[in-house]
Design a protein around this ligand. Structure first.
Ligand code: GLA
Length: 697
């Protein structure tokens, strides 16, 4: 006889989740828009039940959150086990379901009495209605049994989510979106370099073409992950997301978190992730979010080619255009005149800085800026004092060569003395120097021997410890650009570097994709040089500067190599950024659809004010581009609309009625959403900023 079902539910503002347990089987019966508080869950389950079809076991397999292969289930499993290398399939019984007193978490646990194993899963609904899932494994007695895999999430996808957008990436081409159908062939992504990589399976958006609903997914792992989607003959698709399990034989562990969020449309999904990210940024820290000061970063201005005098000059030029933070990137530490040496020796180079960093920092501060510094603490150069003293501190296989990437090796943080040493080096640097910001880089994969996840938990511990001891210092995560970005790091990490590609034509796409998940204040966005050192493309300063406003703005080009006019244009945009950052970094972001796929549009709406960007990256097939339709506005409200100057140099000549624009147009939200604004967007490298102010009713 079938056991009568037991239900557990989570209710957020916009999402309800219902779990249904029958005997020891657990399924996610519902994940979608809010259900009535008194919804008849038995009726809901009857409505979702499917009869037996041909070619099935006589009792059809249940699948669910912990599928049991004994029932005939042939899809993926949540966890797998082995004893003496032979697979063992536990008998999970005694299912217990609990709801936390705050009704934010539901959890389920099973035991296998004979093997003394316990497995539990929990789902917590948090900020933005984002649901955090994890799995816990406990091996109470050592009977030689070990987990060979254990997923953070196994999710039977709600029916209708037949397409998924995933993001492929490589260095300088991060987060390239691709939407594909979930076919029977299945899909899979894996990162095996010890970092998530430049995207691939760790951020996904499923969509239901019928209803427009979206289901966002993220695995917050900071390291390797494997994500798969399998579709079976019945038409069910299952998403499985996991990281390598801890050291073989670990008797207890908790997986990293996976995140899922249901939303009725793409903008709401973006907003959900942004709310969640903002909550993570402030969760453990009482202070309001920091103002995102304008960075001046030396990397694309001078790379390794500097001495103290050149930096002093750069600092003066940076201050003159309005920079608020002078960031000394790579090349400042002992022996680091190229990328062939120095990593691990975190003291100022005595040749470049005979008196330490003090004089430069004093000059930077006298110019009204604060000071930031680049570090890459998890790495060591073979040509360094640290390596000469401790050649065995890097990841290596005893007796075999130490293979490098970018001429560097990875420190083995699973050795407590190594992690402690590095933590102390960075703490000393922060104690001895007035440093407002650290760019924490990570420029190679982890090999030859893959460390277990304690490499990453040590790293997280160091970040948390530094944030506690140095609350005034902001830390950015960079990994040759966006090679290591995840939600778990937000908090101690307050900014990420989305890409090394500062070519604004590329950058506007990369920013649009990252901003589907992360709010603009977290995403560094710099004005690079022209020609761009990576793409070789020449891009005008107006376009470069407008694109950089939508993020945490910075400059990474030598102002002395710009014309007076270019410097003035850049300074004007820095001033605009300062005027608008309060809105850009607190508001709600909407991505704007445009008839021309090469026009990227975004609007940030914060209370009564909003700022939009419309950026054309290609040559329009028509002379007059379709109007830019806005979003996120109140249809009944009236807005004063202006186009903040400077205007794009070429396009401004084609703007109809410039005087009317200078005075500002008064339009209803309905007109702005429905008809939009006809702006010259014909030539590549044309961008407009659109400012809106809601008028009193
Ligand atoms: C990495 C970073 C760059 C820069 C260089 C310095 O490539 O992504 O932004 O800091 O290292 O070596």
């Amino acid at each position: 006889m079938r056991a009568s079902p037991v239900f557990a539910r989570l209710d957020g503002d916009r999402t309800s989740v219902v779990w249904m347990a029958c005997g020891d089987a657990l399924d996610c019966l519902y994940l979608g828009p809010p259900l009535a508080a008194d919804e008849d869950l038995v009726a809901l389950s009857n409505a979702a039940s499917r009869g037996r079809h041909e070619n099935q076991p006589d009792i059809p397999p249940t699948g669910g959150l912990l599928p049991d292969p004994r029932t005939g289930w042939r899809g993926p499993l949540l966890a797998e086990f082995a004893q003496d290398r032979a697979p063992v399939i536990p008998r999970w019984t005694g299912l217990k379901i609990e709801t936390s007193p705050d009704r934010q978490t539901i959890g389920a646990g099973w035991r296998d009495e004979d093997l003394a194993l316990t497995l539990s899963v929990s789902w917590t609904i948090g900020a933005g209605d984002v649901i955090t899932t994890r799995t816990q494994f406990l091996n109470a007695e050592d009977r030689g049994l070990r987990a060979t895999r254990c997923a953070s999430l196994l999710l039977p996808l709600p029916r209708g989510f037949d397409h998924v957008t995933h993001f492929a990436g490589r260095w300088a081409d991060d987060m390239r979106a691709e939407r594909v159908r979930l076919t029977r062939a299945g899909l899979g992504w894996a990162s095996r370099g010890g970092k998530p990589g430049f995207a691939g399976g760790d951020w996904l958006v499923f969509d239901d073409a019928g209803s427009g609903a979206q289901l966002g997914f993220h695995i917050a792992a900071t390291g390797d992950h494997e994500v798969r989607i399998e579709r079976n003959d019945d038409g069910d698709a299952t998403l499985v997301a996991e990281t390598p399990i801890p050291a073989p034989g670990a008797s207890m562990f908790t997986t990293p978190d996976a995140l899922i969020a249901w939303a009725p449309d793409p903008d709401t999904l973006t907003h959900a992730f942004h709310i969640n990210a903002r909550e993570r940024l402030t969760r453990q820290y009482p202070n309001p979010p920091r103002e995102r000061r304008v960075h001046f970063n030396t990397w694309e201005a001078c790379a390794f080619d500097f001495d103290e005098a050149r930096l002093m000059r750069l600092a003066e030029d940076a201050a003159a255009i309005g920079a608020e933070r002078f960031v000394l990137d790579d090349g400042w530490f002992k022996g680091r005149s190229s990328d062939r040496a120095g990593l691990g020796d975190w003291t100022p180079d005595p040749v470049r800085f005979p008196n330490g960093l003090g004089p430069l920092i004093a000059r930077v501060k006298a110019l009204g800026m604060d000071f930031g510094l680049w570090v890459e603490p998890e790495m060591v150069s073979p040509d360094s004092d640290l390596y000469r003293a401790h050649p065995d501190w890097c990841l290596h296989e005893p007796g075999l060569p130490h293979p490098t990437e970018r001429n560097q090796l990875v420190l083995d943080f699973t050795k407590p003395e190594v992690a402690a040493h590095i933590r102390e080096c960075i703490a000393r640097l922060l104690r001895e120097n007035d440093i407002a910001y650290l760019k924490w880089d990570h420029n190679r994969r982890l090999f030859p021997a893959a460390p277990d996840r304690s490499q990453i938990s040590q790293l997280h511990d160091i970040w948390f410890a530094l944030r506690r001891e140095f609350p005034a210092t902001m830390i950015e995560s960079c990994s040759s650009g966006g090679g290591r970005v995840d939600m778990a790091m937000l908090g101690p990490i307050e900014r990420v570097w989305p890409s090394d590609n500062n070519d604004a034509i590329e950058r506007v796409r990369i920013m649009r994709e990252w901003s589907r998940f992360l709010p603009l204040e977290v995403l560094g966005n710099h004005v690079g040089p022209s020609p761009n050192p990576i793409t070789g493309r020449r891009v005008g300063i107006d376009f470069r500067a407008k694109v950089a406003v939508f993020g945490h703005m910075g400059v990474e080009a030598d102002p002395a190599r710009m014309t007076d006019k270019e410097r003035a244009t850049l300074a004007a945009h820095i001033a605009l950024y300062k005027e608008w950052r309060g809105v850009l970094h607190a508001g709600r972001l909407h991505h704007l659809a445009h008839a021309d796929a090469n026009v990227t549009g975004m609007i940030m709406v914060d209370g009564d004010t909003a700022l939009a960007l419309a950026a054309q990256t290609s040559f329009s097939p028509v002379f007059d581009a379709a109007p830019v339709r806005l979003a996120g506005l109140e249809p009944e409200a009236r807005y004063r609309v202006t186009l903040p100057e400077p205007w794009p140099p070429r396009a401004k000549h084609s703007l109809a009625n410039p005087d009317a624009w200078r005075d500002g147009l008064t339009l209803s939200g309905a007109a702005l959403i429905g008809q939009g604004l006809s702006l010259p967007l014909t030539h590549p490298e044309t961008a407009w900023l659109i400012a809106l102010e809601r008028l009193p009713a």
